[in-house]
Design a protein around this ligand. Sequence first.
Ligand SMILES: [Zn+2]
Length: 282
Amino acid sequence: MRTLRSQMDLDKLSQTAVPVDAPIPAPHRTFLDILRCPVCKSVPSLQPNKLVCRQCRRAYPIVLGIPDLRVYEDPLIPLEDDYRKGEKIQAQAERLNFVELVRYYWSLPTYPPTPPDLSERFIRHVLTDEQRIEGYKDKIGRGGSFLDMGCGTAALVKVAQQSFRFTVGCDVAFRWLLIARKRLLEAGLQPNLVCCCADFLPFPDGYFDSVASVSLLEHVSETGAAIHPRNGTSYQARQQHLCVDGEPIFTRARTARPGVGSWLYASALDARLHQMEAGNGL
Ligand SMILES: [Zn+2]
């Protein structure tokens, strides 16, 4: 059972984030306005570099321009290492393009070390995301607002901006959101990205018209909790679409609480990749 990080831990770690010289994109105000405290769902107040919930007295840092509303860290990497990698990525984000930034990420040390052929495979996987999305992009529908839960490098968020007026990507992996932002900025799109936990979503109930989740469930240890978030959020999208690597596995259902069985699926390739990722402490 995971334990929640103490507020002191989060404050301390966010303060130790070393500023980088390059200008850091600020989150858009209209995006910040939709964020809620992931624990009590109150509207947080915006203060310099953080969002503060007066109701439950929690503060959520905005680190390198990314609101971090996690209540626990990425299970694959300690919080401080997540931030440190994020800083390194952001420091390179101005001078490298998206492809180069993905390659740079995989040049950083991992524990245990990732064999070069495996790194190449991970890079290829990220760089071909948009091709795979072509296979199911029509399934996510169209409308006002769209959320990609577990967005990784935001390939689907990018594509969804063709069909939705407002798109958001969220992920528990802080470091990957900096690469995601590069993808969106490079495409001239507004990067509405937030770091958060799938079972503690920081959004108003029922806010999104469509929610997608690609290759998320392999990462969620408490799958039931992710499907029925314990803070009452639930995925109250009017449509939900769950796809794994190009294969839609749950589409156009109009219920906020689908049967667990219909969510538990992963393509063999994808499951294997994620097992390898987990084994390499990414
Ligand atoms: Zn709160």
